[in-house]
Design a protein around this ligand. Sequence first.
Ligand SMILES: [Zn+2]
Ligand SMILES: [Zn+2]
Length: 162
Amino acid sequence: MLCPCGSEQAYNQCCQPFIMASKAVNTPEQLMRSRYSAYANKQATYIYLTYAKSSQVEQSVEDIAQWAAQTTWLKLIIHSASDHKKNLANNEHAQVEFSAFYQLNGKIWLMREKSNFAIEDGKWRYLDGDVSDSKAYNKPKRNEFCFCGSHKKFKQCCAKNL
Ligand SMILES: [Zn+2]
Ligand SMILES: [Zn+2]
């Protein structure tokens, strides 16, 4: 099975080792991708545990699981990501900007966000994000162009993840 994060790699060689906690995340982009894949595969505990501690107090595994259960994640596009850091120091910050498409209540939603990541206990954590765009699309017909901007037909693109 291909990884939901869009890397074109197998799930068990991409985000799954991070989600199953057998492998440490090295970069903010890896954390971003693996959190997206965890949403796609309803792994709420991983999403909870990869929040920064200051953000965990506002979250619960139950709330995350409920949101993940209602949504079908269709596509992740990474627009930019801070560089890989070899020496991780506490309080170091990084940004990743992404767009994610998901289906909720019969509509397709776009969320574009600039996420902030921070180092805690030597590990990257998701701190918070600024949403710069959020909108809904009607589901295209199978032969119409996909909403995600790939210039492919919907049936050959994001419909595969529905
Ligand atoms: Zn992946
Ligand atoms: Zn698409």
